[in-house]
Design a protein around this ligand. Structure first.
Ligand SMILES: [Zn+2]
Length: 333
């Protein structure tokens, strides 16, 4: 009975969203079988817009262990397994993505960074220590960024041009100094701004579309903010993470169509753990059977296994590429 009630309520919600214009429900074939996509991708609703797919590559067990037990144990074999699924999915769709790599996790398995690059994707930086910028301040952020960029460029033999902050943790007060540091470090783009008013992050007066934030000569730093939908005078996040875990596929699909119809790219973010086909167990990562770790396990597993299928369906219908592909694309439009 509970499920029936939830289903009815959900249908009412869909109707309301459609009536008020926030979504346009797409009744065309939406499954991800290849029968209607001989070239690997069905015709897109907005062929003019290139969307952006990005993944923050970090070791879930290590980071959750840091939070819950003050010191996480890396599990590179799990990260490898999660990356297998992501890379296979992208290969099937012939889709490039940007992988923001975290130094602290990937120092234990640098072969993953190499594999990302060898698979034709873009490698960018997710910093080194995954420390919240709001807490560590801009000086320590500068050092963290430099360490990460140096390690990645030594590993790859070429410079790395993009960055995403841990947990979108730059504050409105830090933003100008943050952009200065990114520009000085030689970055071409940043994707750390979530232009919403969130509980833990967000800069709600920042432009919702890509914006040049620094320029000197022919060098630029572009901010590529995470995707939002405007509705009822508010901005609603829909770029990835918990939003994709919990929102039904039809809502996500309608949001992508709406953002593209406004001429904006959908800039997404995912994590390897969202593609793991096994249950995540926070307690096993920490050895601490606390209420907190149980809550973390429930929250992070809720709707998680649907992300793979949702992304599979979205990639069938819409154009996605890496951050650097988007920057080249806008130069040529
Ligand atoms: Zn992260």
């Amino acid at each position: 009975m509970g499920f029936v009630r939830v289903g009815v309520r959900f249908r009412i919600l869909l109707c309301c969203l459609e009536r008020t214009g926030v979504i346009a429900l797409d009744t065309a074939k939406t499954d991800s079988t290849r029968s209607d996509a001989p070239s690997g991708r069905a015709p897109t609703a907005s062929p003019a817009v290139l969307n952006v797919l990005s993944i923050d590559v970090e070791d879930w067990y290590q980071l959750v262990g840091d939070q819950l037990a003050g010191g996480g144990v890396p599990r590179p074999e799990v990260l490898e397994r999660q990356m297998d699924r992501i890379l296979d999915l992208l290969a099937r769709h012939e889709c490039r993505a940007t992988f923001f790599c975290l130094g602290k996790s990937l120092q234990h398995c640098p072969q993953i960074v190499q594999r990302i690059a060898d698979s034709g994707h873009e490698v960018a930086s997710h910093g080194w220590g995954h420390e919240v910028i709001q807490r560590i301040g801009l000086d320590r952020f500068r050092a963290d960024l430099a360490r990460s960029l140096e390690w990645l460029s030594d590993l790859l033999g070429r410079p790395v041009r993009g960055y995403r902050a841990p947990a979108f943790s730059v504050t409105p007060e830090q933003l100008e100094g943050f952009f200065d540091i990114c520009f000085e470090a030689g970055l071409h783009y940043d994707s750390s701004v979530f232009p919403i008013r969130g509980r833990r992050y967000g800069i709600d007066d920042h432009p919702i579309g890509p914006t040049v934030v620094r320029e000197r000569g022919d060098r630029r730093l572009v901010e590529l903010p995470l995707a939002t939908v405007c509705w009822l005078g508010r901005r609603w996040a829909m770029g990835g993470g918990g939003y994709w875990r919990l929102f039904p596929r039809r809502i996500i699909q309608a949001a992508v169509a709406r953002i593209n119809a406004e001429g904006r790219p959908v800039i997404t973010y995912f994590h390897p753990y969202e593609f793991d086909d096994r249950r995540l167990r926070a307690a096993r990562a920490t050895g601490a059977h606390t209420l907190r770790s149980a809550r973390c396990g429930i929250k992070q597993n809720l709707g998680r296994r649907s992300v793979y299928k949702k992304l599979d369906a979205i990639l069938t219908r819409y154009r996605f590429g890496a951050m650097e592909d988007y920057l080249k694309y806008v130069e040529n439009v």
